[in-house]
Design a protein around this ligand. Structure first.
Ligand code: DC
Length: 219
């Protein structure tokens, strides 16, 4: 296979990052995390006191960050600590920011550019198999019950009362699935994996088998 794009979509904390990183390692693929771009936009909007409801200002913030990141395969200049991008305020703001159609067009374009630069990649997000790469060679849609996802989030990131984390997972599901532009839905041709009762190592095994059966080779 000359070029490979593996799309991995699904709701928050369904195991996308863990499995994408494993696939990236196993098959030597570049890993592209589209959610990080939305998170940086939310983080910068908060830092600069821009309301996420103020669409023109959020869009010009996005244009400014794109300008800064020309010729880089990373959005925006400067390091962002994972704990900053995953804070509770960012979790809330990112859902509002991700509803802005003009912003989604820009992020889609960025992700396509990054993917084009690296021939073989695995791309994680919410609309990768449906909007960003509708012709991706392989698509996965991971899901799990909100309760299991909340439990995993606490185990992975530590901290947070279970009830609060569960409420946030449910809120983000609603926001992701009900927005007008690019709502979270499985692509028709996605391989669906319910990870509720599967350890993530087994989920990876399943994904690896699918990839191999579709001609992706281990280098
Ligand atoms: O994958 P994540 O949890 O880091 O994503 C953060 C938010 O960004 C998520 O709540 C919705 C949004 N997002 C999106 O709308 N489309 C994507 N392709 C990726 C993320």
């Amino acid at each position: 296979m000359d070029s490979v794009v593996i799309a991995v979509d699904g709701p928050a904390a369904a195991g996308k990052t863990t499995t994408c990183l494993a696939l990236s390692e196993i098959f030597g693929l570049q890993y592209i995390e589209s959610g990080r771009t939305y998170r940086i936009l939310a983080f910068e909007a908060l830092r600069r006191g821009i309301s996420p409801e103020d669409r023109p200002s959020v869009i010009s913030l996005c244009d400014e960050l794109i300008e800064q990141s020309r010729a880089r395969s990373q959005f925006a200049v400067g390091g962002y600590a994972p704990q900053d991008l995953r804070s509770a305020p960012v979790n809330v703001t990112v859902s509002t920011v991700a509803r802005i159609a003009e912003l989604r067009v820009r992020v889609t374009e960025l992700v396509r550019t990054w993917a084009a630069a690296c021939a073989k990649c695995v791309v994680e997000g919410r609309d990768i198999g449906t909007v960003v790469f509708p012709a991706a060679s392989i698509k996965f849609y991971l899901t799990a019950t909100p309760e299991v996802r909340a439990g995993r989030r606490i185990a992975q990131e530590g901290g947070g009362a279970y009830e609060d984390v569960l409420r946030d997972v449910l809120r983000r599901d609603r926001a992701d699935m009900s927005r007008e532009v690019s709502p979270l839905v499985p692509a028709e041709d996605a391989v669906m994996i319910d990870t509720t009762e599967l350890p993530l190592a087994q989920v990876v095994d399943r994904m690896v088998s699918v990839c191999e059966s579709r001609g992706v080779t281990i280098p």
